[in-house]
Design a protein. Structure first.
Length: 500
């Protein structure tokens, strides 16, 4: 066993049959270990190491920040400072980094890569290669075409990218959330107890989120078990998908296909976005949020207080039980049903909508455009607010509250004990078919408001106890009254009336 040390020049050091240590110092040295388990100390970039096959287990220890093992060398250890790039050869190597952010690349053999401290990056092309990330935030890129099993927690790896084979990347037992990308192949990805990010990649993947608030990216051929926690699943691709089991998923964003989703098995509220395509989505028994996205979608809230966004397209919206909210983004809706509960429609479309509120809608709030909305066939009374624009609002056969909002609005309460509020602008109160007592809360002749009566309608003016005008209308339905709140009886003028 010998120790050979060179100077600063270019020397040739030749070992014997034992376990030798050859330290060239600086310069362009030629180091020949010979037989035995030799150690080479490399400090200069010009050093050349010569080893032959079957001459022992030989190691290179280098202070250089980049080193590639030459032929017939088995181990590479970084003994310098800073970041290190270490590359193996065709043998089964062991490559050991230092305290910096190292990049360790194995060769064709079954290589052992040990990162040490720092945020290290590993490249391995063998399915059984052992890794040890150590401290820091470490990343592995699997370059093997064969399936790789990797226990990321045992390896202290925080970020893993699979290869083209059928990889098994397991984070069970990890002490922080990991990022796992399966890459190509039919992969199995298993998250841990923390907040993981899992990418299925290409192939038919099986993805298990585990505990924690996970984010999962999948395509339509993958299967997902989101696990515990508040989990989000993104489906990419244009193929259609049938999602029959949403258990464990709290947020689901679908792709471009015509998707079918039933959230009956969800144990908590879920948010579902249909994306592009003609989707059919049915929520859970909890308070869900459903987005139709583009396409002609069908959204069913189910039980719970649900929020339904129709999105673009000719949509059908069903609230189900609970106090549901509908958001309208198009001029028309193919079908709108509140069903049970106290349901509300909000218009987000600014160009004006044309809607018929037929089934169990209790509240309506218009948008900025000229909305035309009728509740003439509604199964219940409701409140309606036109919002901005010149709106036309028609109430139900029951007791309604209609508010025009801004603009020159037309309010038609139809029958029932209605309360009509014009809002700002020159509003028209259509009283042609009233059969019960009606209140106009803000009639203003100064703003150009008018009262519309039928061809054969007549009115007389009386005063209530406060001196406000009370009109008695004679029409085909009898003699209902209309109270003009805040308007004195003596101020009523025939110029306020028009025939419709």
């Amino acid at each position: 066993m010998g120790y050979l040390f060179g100077g600063s020049g270019s020397e040739t050091l030749v070992g014997g049959y034992g376990d030798d240590t050859l330290d060239g110092g600086g310069g362009n040295d030629l180091l020949i270990g010979g037989m035995g388990n030799d150690v080479y100390i490399v400090n200069g970039t010009g050093a050349v190491i010569q080893e032959f096959a079957f001459e022992g287990f030989d190691e290179v220890r280098t202070t250089l920040n980049a080193q590639t093992l030459s032929d017939n060398l088995e181990r590479l250890t970084f003994i310098g400072t800073g970041d290190f790039q270490g590359t193996g050869n065709a043998l089964d190597n062991m490559i050991v980094g230092g305290a910096g952010n190292d990049t360790l690349t194995g060769g064709d053999g079954v290589d052992t890569l040990i990162g040490g401290e720092g945020d290290d990056v590993f490249y391995t092309d063998h399915a059984d290669a052992p890794l040890q990330g150590g401290a820091g935030f470490d990343t592995v890129f699997i370059q093997s075409n064969f399936g790789t099993y990797l226990d990321l927690a045992a390896c202290s790896i925080e970020r893993a990218y699979g290869g083209s084979g059928n990889d098994q990347l397991i984070a069970d037992g990890a002490v922080i959330g990991l990022l796992i990308d399966g890459g190509d192949g039919d992969d199995t990805l298993v998250g841990g107890a923390f907040n993981d990010t899992l990418f299925g990649g290409n192939g038919r993947d099986q993805i298990v989120g585990g505990a924690g608030d996970d984010v999962i990216y999948m395509d339509t051929t993958d299967t997902v078990d989101a696990g515990d926690g508040f989990d989000t699943v993104y489906v990419h691709g244009s193929n259609s998908m049938v999602f029959m089991n949403t258990a464990g998923i709290e947020r689901l964003f679908l792709g471009d296909g015509n998707d079918l989703v039933f959230a009956h098995q969800s144990a908590s509220a879920i948010e579902i976005d249909g994306g592009a395509g003609n989707d059919a989505i049915e929520g859970s028994a909890f308070n869900d949020t459903l987005w139709g996205g583009d396409g002609n979608d069908t959204l069913v809230g189910g039980d719970g207080n649900d929020v339904l966004f129709g999105g673009a397209g000719d949509n059908m919206l069903f609230g189900g039980d609970g106090d549901d909210a509908f958001y309208i983004d198009t001029p028309t809706v193919a079908f709108l049903v509140g069903d049970g509960g106290d349901d509300t429609v909000y218009v987000r479309y600014s160009g004006g909508v044309n809607l018929a509120l037929t089934y169990s809608i209790e509240h309506f709030f218009g948008g900025a455009g000229d909305d035309s909305v009728t509740a003439a066939d509604s199964s219940n009374g409701l409140t309606m607010d036109g919002g901005g624009g010149n709106d036309s609002l028609t109430g139900s056969r029951y007791n309604d509250f209609l508010s025009g909002g801004d603009g020159n609005d037309t309010l038609f309460g139809d029958i029932g004990n209605d309360t009509l509020q014009g809002g700002s602008g020159a509003d028209l109160f259509n009283l042609t078919t009233i059969d019960s007592d009606v209140i106009l809360t803000d009639f203003s002749a100064a703003e150009g408001d008018l009262i519309g009566l039928g061809m054969n309608n007549f009115y007389t003016v009386n005063a209530n106890a406060q001196g406000e005008a009370v009109l008695t209308i004679t029409n085909a339905n009898g003699t209902p009254t209309v109270t003009l709140s805040g308007v004195m009886a003596q101020d009523v003028s025939s110029s306020w009336f028009t025939t419709l």
